[in-house]
Design a protein around this ligand. Structure first.
Ligand SMILES: [Cu+2]
Length: 145
């Protein structure tokens, strides 16, 4: 009996069972969104950049625009990242999810993303920063509307 159990465990460990409900979740940290410093703060982005973020106007119900600006450590604007945003309400996941959307670069070099804030309550915007196809940072901004 004990050997049989051991064998089962081993089979799981080695991934001998078909995928589906038995499959382990991917490592949690690979997709985790760390909570970002508050809007306006300089947030480190990789080793050579930082960024700031914030709504262009104090957010209220309806349409808002999230702005991200990326700079090199010596303060020069940087446009070489791809930035993505995903807005949702954590207390009702999926109900108003925007899905992952790319920020658009403005003429000034700011990254802009329209966000529809369709109801009052707790909101989260998840940011993903990519450079040359690799993810550099995932961060989340939580706020109350
Ligand atoms: Cu809601």
């Amino acid at each position: 009996m004990r050997m049989a159990l051991l064998g089962t465990c081993l089979a799981f460990t080695l991934g001998l069972f078909p995928s589906g409900s038995l499959m382990a979740a991917p490592p949690a940290d690979s997709k985790a969104f760390a909570t970002l410093a508050k809007p306006g703060a300089k947030v480190p982005l990789g080793k050579e950049h930082y960024f700031t973020y914030g709504f262009t106007q104090s957010p209220k119900l309806g349409n808002a625009v999230m702005r991200v600006e990326v700079f090199t450590l010596d303060g020069k604007r940087d446009r070489t990242f791809s930035v993505f945003g995903d807005a949702d309400m954590p207390s009702m996941r999926g109900a108003h999810s925007s899905g992952r959307k790319p920020f658009a670069l403005s003429n000034k070099g700011a990254y802009l993303l329209p966000v529809q804030l369709v109801m009052p309550g707790d909101w989260e915007i998840q940011f993903t920063f990519e450079k040359n196809g690799a993810t550099v940072l995932r961060g989340a901004y939580l706020f109350d509307l």
